[in-house]
Design a protein around this ligand. Structure first.
Ligand code: SF4
Length: 369
């Protein structure tokens, strides 16, 4: 017997509810892995109405003329997240239209790594760089983790391999290895514990050793060494974005902007940190600005972060030397949409490597909690 109109409506309703419920329904069974058709991307009255509250959040950092191009993508992505039972993680360096308009979980590497363990979604879309997507997969082996552009790398992660870590262990037998989260799963798997720029000092001091090997960022290692009595053996990696800042440049900004506060990321070279009023991770930089509320501030880090913090603090004047991370900027609204439509590109890691990397990440996370 054909279903009545009422039965049919109910069936559709139950399916929709199953899709929205974490870990259940077609998404969990894999039925929704098939490619989906490209939605219409027109700036209709309906799209304008639905996205208006999102534009309110970013109107101070995104010109109104750009919104009709972005809004249809934003609506399509937010609709598709429900269809795929997906969650979007976005690093602080993502552009404001991603960070404020489609992301569900936002933050620095540590915040994203911890939040990734708590989501009930079937699919994680990592709007960051490849090592972050690997970390999400390491902590969520049963979930599908997607990165909208596999080429989104990182100069720090590219500076070292697992084989390099094994050679370092041979050269410094018995010395524990602390690895910054900005590394591949292969490198994490060879390490004793991970750290972020938020907790580097705490992690180094937790090991009870008078010497540690700290990889791979030479500047984070130097900054950490300046904060602790533990002797640090460093690697010569660097972030290509933070390395471009100079102390001289900051002195010029200070001269041109009397009273300005300078807040820097520890991936910057020492002469830059010497000019800073405060040094901390992206999360600590944001909380410092929100707590101290300087009239004028310069965030010495990737350019988009200042836009994201400025959108939440329109009364603060942000001076922006715009050093963009080319890898982060590979992640765009069209690529996120394509990722959700095609379920690409999926991140996979050898189970043995993933297990060893998870041990190093979890040791850090447990220390934090
Ligand atoms: S900003 Fe630097 S550390 Fe961060 S992803 Fe880009 S290159 Fe890597």
């Amino acid at each position: 017997m054909l279903p009545t109109g009422e039965d049919l409506e109910m069936t559709i309703g139950l399916e929709a509810e199953a899709l929205a419920r974490p870990g259940t329904g077609a998404a969990a069974s894999g039925a929704l892995r098939e490619p989906l058709p490209m939605p219409a991307l027109e700036y209709t009255d309906e799209v304008a109405r639905e996205t208006a509250p999102l534009y309110e959040r970013v109107k101070t950092v995104i010109p109104a003329i750009e919104w009709p191009v972005m809004a249809p993508y934003i609506k399509a992505i937010n609709d598709l997240k429900k269809t795929r039972n997906a969650v979007i993680l976005a690093h602080n360096y993502q552009a404001p239209e991603i960070y404020h308009c489609v992301a569900d979980i936002k933050g620095d590497s540590l915040q994203l790594a911890v939040a990734a363990t708590k989501t009930d979604a079937d699919v994680i879309v990592q709007c960051g760089v490849h090592f972050m997507a690997e970390t999400a997969k390491v902590l969520n082996p049963d979930k599908t983790v997607l990165i909208p552009d596999r080429r989104a790398g990182c100069s720090l992660a590219a500076s070292i391999t697992g084989a390099d870590v094994r050679l370092l262990r041979e050269r410094y037998p018995g010395v524990p290895v602390v690895t910054y989260v900005n590394t591949s799963a292969d490198v994490k798997a060879e390490s004793d514990i991970c750290c972020t720029s938020s907790n580097a000092v705490e992690v180094v001091e937790s090991l009870g050793s008078d010497r540690v090997i700290m990889l791979p960022d030479q500047y984070l290692a130097k900054w950490t060494a300046s904060q602790t009595d533990v002797k640090i053996i460093a690697w010569n990696g660097a972030c290509e974005v933070h390395e471009r800042f100079t102390g001289e440049e900051l002195r010029e900004y200070r001269e041109a902007n009397p009273g300005i506060q300078i807040v820097a990321h520890p991936e910057c070279p020492p002469d830059v940190l010497a000019e800073a009023d405060f040094t901390g991770s992206t999360a600590k930089m944001t909380s410092w600005v929100e707590k101290n509320r300087p009239a004028k501030v310069l965030l010495v880090t990737e350019c988009s972060m200042a836009s994201n913090v400025a959108a939440d603090n329109p009364d603060i004047d942000f001076i922006r030397p715009c050093n963009l991370c080319p890898h982060m900027k590979r992640i765009t609204l069209p690529r996120i949409l394509d990722s959700l439509l095609t379920m690409g590109e999926e991140v996979t890691i050898d189970p043995m490597v993933a297990g060893n990397a998870r041990r190093a990440v979890e040791r850090m996370v447990n220390l934090k909690s």
